[in-house]
Design a protein around this ligand. Structure first.
Ligand code: ADP
Ligand code: MG
Length: 458
């Protein structure tokens, strides 16, 4: 997942990009976007907090109007390899959310994210050729922490089961040896804690940090790649690791790349990573993908035929998180439409996931809505007979865009836009084409509208 740090560092630019790409006025920008801050990112949910004076009404307005745009800018600036959702909260809700999180974490085990504990186990981890080494090593470590492979270093692409395996280890140990002290953190938490302790200064703060990290029987650090470029964190981790290892405590590390390829300044730290055992997880084979889908369907089982599972497995092959998401999407469409899960329904539910390269179907309704929104009028006004320029010109733009972005004929467009004839649409098309060449404002507006209507095409 994107790191919180990276998001924060780029946040201003992300908002700025949104403003430019979607032609947001300075007033709107200052009112609706400037009060937004990154709150955190967890379990693929990026939470954005809105500062005062934003209230719950304006929050839902922001979410509906700007959510997708902000998301698009994040993807554009930081890359599109992650699946994530946006969630908006108010500053006034933060205290309650933190309270709830505290309740969910289990103070007796020191294991963060107590709520995920039961979700990821060895029992629901499907073993295939792609991950059997990693699975065997993880199980061995869980059975004899600190004794076999120390550290265990698991690496591989996003969504291939690294975090699942780490939780499975933690879970297994806590089941069998509940007195063990287990700590699971991401390397970002480690870094943040370190920064906090350095800022606080003094012996007490640094001892609290050491107490948290060096006294566990098992320390699991997820996504270690985020310590790249952070010298102090690397150094602290080096010492933490040495002390753990000297005391026979287990360290488990995951990363999206092989330790050889991590950018680390101190060669001694890299060599520590390679002291124990390094295993990788690869994308699963077709059979394993089908087995994973069957396993996922056990959680909240629904009747689903093999051909549907096979269809999903055939078409999604690189990332298990996406595979799982596809199944969820099919199941929720069947719930919403109250229809059984058939192959046709699955095709319909997954048309954007499975064939993202195919053009999204741009409908005239979508075009009219976008044009109306852009010019702050309604789509009824566009279809109406009103002749005033503030309506008539957007109407011509809508005609132009229908012609450009769909395969409809002039006749068809005319009848969709208030029953106008072929020549009216033809005229509008030529006029707007000319204006685009002559008038920068028109060119800019058309460009923005095209982006809004079909963001993937631009
Ligand atoms: P990573 O940490 O490598 O990005 P995760 O461990 O978060 O990936 O896995 C993403 C999703 O895929 C999780 O819901 C996880 O349960 C599921 N998953 C990954 N590998 C397997 C597997 N072998 N069996 C069952 N589920 C898996
Ligand atoms: Mg992970």
């Amino acid at each position: 997942m994107y790191s919180k740090q990276v998001l924060e560092d780029n946040w201003k630019q992300i908002l700025d990009q949104t403003r430019i790409d979607y032609n947001i006025t300075t007033v709107s920008y200052n009112t609706w976007l400037v009060p937004l801050r990154i709150y955190d990112i967890e379990d693929n949910i990026l939470t954005i907090v809105a500062e005062e004076p934003i209230n719950s009404n304006s929050l839902s307005f922001i979410q509906n109007k700007y959510g997708q745009f902000i998301r698009a800018s994040i993807v554009e600036m930081l890359g599109s390899e992650y699946e994530f959702e946006l969630r908006f909260i108010l500053r006034s809700q933060v205290a309650r959310i933190e309270e709830e999180r505290k309740k969910q974490s289990r103070p007796d085990t020191n294991l963060a994210h107590g709520n995920l504990l039961n979700k990821y186990t060895f029992d629901n981890f499907i073993v295939g050729d792609n991950n059997n080494m990693a699975h065997a090593a993880a199980l061995a470590v869980a059975e004899q922490p600190g004794e076999v492979y120390n550290p265990l270093f698991i690496y591989g692409g996003s969504g291939l089961g690294k975090t699942h395996l780490m939780y499975a280890i933690a879970n297994y140990i806590l089941q069998n040896e509940p007195y063990r002290k287990v700590l699971y953190v991401t390397s970002e938490t480690f870094t943040n804690d370190l920064i906090t302790s350095i800022r606080a200064g003094g012996i007490a703060a640094s001892e609290a940090f050491r107490e948290k990290y060096r006294t566990n029987d098992i320390l699991l650090i997820d996504d270690i790649q985020f310590i790249e470029g952070k010298e102090t964190t690397q150094e602290e981790f080096f010492h933490t690791f040495n002390e753990m290892k000297d005391n026979g405590r287990q360290v488990v590390i995951s990363s999206d790349k092989n330790p050889k390829d991590l950018k680390i300044l101190d060669e001694r730290l890299r060599s520590r990573f390679e002291w124990g055992l390094t295993v990788d997880v690869q994308p699963p084979s077709y059979e394993t993908r089908v087995a994973i889908l069957r396993e996922k369907n056990k959680v909240n089982p629904v009747p689903i035929y093999d051909d549907v599972l096979e269809y999903i497995a055939q078409n999604i092959n690189s990332n298990i998180r996406v595979l799982e998401g596809a199944l969820t999407q099919v199941v929720s469409m069947s719930r919403l439409q109250r229809k059984p899960i058939t192959l046709d329904l699955a095709r319909e539910a997954l048309k954007d996931v499975i064939a993202p390269s195919e053009k999204k179907t741009v409908t005239p309704e979508l075009i009219l809505n976008m044009v109306a929104e852009h010019y702050e009028i309604t789509s009824e006004q566009i279809r109406s007979k009103i002749k005033s320029r503030n309506i008539a010109y957007p109407r011509q733009i809508a005609m132009y865009l229908c012609r450009e972005l769909t395969s409809l004929s002039f006749d068809e467009i005319g009848s969709l836009i208030g029953g106008r004839d072929h020549s009216t649409v033809h005229y509008a098309y030529n006029k707007v084409s000319d204006d685009i060449k002559k008038d920068e404002t028109v060119a800019g507006a058309v460009d923005i509208l095209k982006k809004k209507i079909n963001p993937t095409e631009n």
